[in-house]
Design a protein around this ligand. Structure first.
Ligand code: BES
Ligand code: MN
Ligand code: ZN
Length: 497
């Protein structure tokens, strides 16, 4: 789908959307359409509930021979119109255009009194939302009906300063391909996307200037990553450690480490999961997808920072050679782990990836993303990811970054009493503790045992947000790529200002 920014014309045609502020105040674009239609917009508003409140919309079909559709977009009160609200308006237009089979749509952006965003910024955010919503994973559809395909090919944004809007869009546009790249990874079935295939797709990012290294099982064995290797031991697919480097920041800046859980399929292993819904476990690599998408985005926009992205890629299978409940493994850190439940595999691969990241790169901060526990879905549902951190400034930065772009976080507790629950009788720790109670917290406590002194660390449990069964204003249902934009804007706000 193409996006163009043009100056506001005298008259509109085709499909046009225009903005209405709270209490039915038509903004300039809507006023001019209303005039051309002899007051039809006012009459349409009078016949329904549309008031111009934030998020509302009202569509008139074929109101004149020149106009195929007019969509009124509620912008609410001046303070309501922030970047995220503008993205949602774009997303709504995209969805509507595709639902009705339109190839082209347009929107006129007015300046809104009291709003912090310039019209150019609003225009660029609308374009971003429109593009993000215009996504469908249809690689395996061979007999799609035309009405199932995406129809929207062009979005025209009319704005008083089109050149400025184009510049603002230039800064946002790289987000789209990186989010789509991550959504594709997360959507792929596990027979296609196994660890080596994931790594291969990441390696292709070298063309953007990322330095990509891939380690196989032999190398990981040399490094002593037996916790990670134990998880992959029942799979015929080779486990992989993916290391991506983007070191374009100041020489003296200690790097930021991003760590991703990449379980390409999680059957549970010998602690086998029940059949119902097990297919969801193809997206148990959502953390790795987000980290790889974020690294792609940093490279695409040439961020002036030092960041390393490390993904632990495995497949968790039951097998004659699979790890057994009760097995004891030695992690790269030297700490030993009693594997009580082979389905608590995420923490086993992450502890080695985190240790490796800290030993090799001495990061100042380490943010890890994983679809780690079902318990976080019980706690927070699908609205927010759970955040565990040893550092309040870091967690505040992440929360603020997420709130601004619509990837919300909620901080969860850690503490010595929870930590004690994972003490083992025969090893340094066990991989589950306390039964199901506080399951997300004990998982986080496990990870914290692998955080070195002085490293600001956050663990984001994204099990409830990596996939959406209903979608939202800028994300169709399916893979969300949650984390790509969060990590990118956290880095931009914290390290590039
Ligand atoms: N990948 C799952 C967690 C998960 C569940 C992600 C639902 C997305 C949706 C994880 O590996 C797992 O199996 N966790 C277990 C831990 C338990 C065995 C302590 C769980 O949540 O049940
Ligand atoms: Mn599991
Ligand atoms: Zn898992």
């Amino acid at each position: 789908m193409k996006v163009e920014f043009l100056a506001i014309p005298k008259a509109f045609s085709g499909n046009v959307a225009a903005m209405v502020a709270a209490d039915k105040q038509l903004l300039a674009g809507a006023q001019s359409v209303d005039k051309a239609l002899g007051g039809a917009l006012g009459r349409a508003m009078a016949s329904g509930r549309f008031t111009g409140a934030k998020g509302q919309s009202l569509t008139l079909l074929a109101p004149s021979s020149r106009l195929a559709r007019v969509t009124l977009l509620g912008v609410g009160k001046p303070n309501d119109l922030d970047a995220r609200a503008a993205e949602s308006m774009g997303g709504l237009l995209s969805a509507e255009a595709n639902a009705s089979g339109q190839k082209a749509a347009s929107v006129v952006v007015d300046s809104v009194k009291g709003c912090r965003l310039s019209p150019a910024e609003i225009a660029a955010r609308i374009a971003l939302g429109a593009r993000l919503r215009n996504y469908r994973f249809d690689r395996y559809k061979t007999k799609d009906k035309p009405e199932q395909k995406l129809s929207l090919e062009k979005m025209t944004v009319y704005v008083s300063e089109p050149a400025e809007a184009k510049r603002a869009w230039g800064r946002l546009e790289p987000i789209v391909d990186s989010v789509f790249f991550a959504r594709d990874l997360v959507s792929e079935p596990a027979n296609v996307l196994y660890p080596a295939e994931f790594a291969r797709r990441a390696r292709a990012l070298a063309k953007l200037g990322l330095q990509v290294e891939i380690m196989g099982e032999a190398q990981m064995k040399k490094l002593g990553m037996h916790a990670l290797l134990g998880v992959g031991q029942g799979s015929v697919r080779d486990s992989q450690l993916l290391v991506m480097r983007w070191m374009k920041g100041p020489k003296t800046q200690k790097p930021i480490a991003l760590i991703g859980k990449g379980v390409c399929f999680d059957t549970g292993g010998i602690s086998l999961k029940p059949a119902g819904g097990m297919e969801d476990m193809k997206w148990d690599m959502g953390g790795a997808g987000a980290v790889t998408g974020a690294m792609r985005l940093l490279a695409a926009r040439k961020a002036r920072v030092n960041v390393v992205g490390i993904c632990a890629l495995v497949e968790n299978m039951p097998d004659g050679n699979a790890q057994r409940p009760g097995d004891v493994v030695k992690s790269m850190s030297g700490q030993t782990i009693e594997v009580i439940n082979t389905d608590a595999e995420g923490r086993l691969i992450l502890c080695d990836a985190m240790w490796y990241a800290q030993e090799r790169f001495k990061p100042q901060a380490m943010v890890e993303l994983s679809t780690l526990t079902g318990a976080i879905i019980v706690a927070l549902g699908h609205e927010r990811a759970g955040m565990f951190s040893n550092n309040t400034p870091l967690s505040n930065q992440l929360r603020a970054a997420g709130a601004a772009i619509g990837e919300k976080l909620w901080r969860m507790p850690l503490g010595p009493k929870y930590d004690k629950l994972i003490d083992s009788d025969i090893a340094d720790m066990k991989n589950v503790g306390g039964g199901r109670d506080g399951g997300s917290i004990t998982a986080a406590q496990f990870l914290q045992r692998f955080v070195q002194d002085g490293v600001a660390w956050a663990h984001l449990d994204i099990a409830g947000v990596a996939w959406s069964n209903k979608g939202d204003s800028t994300t169709p249902k399916g893979a969300t790529a949650y984390g790509v934009r969060l990590l990118d804007s956290w880095i931009a706000e914290t390290y590039e200002r």
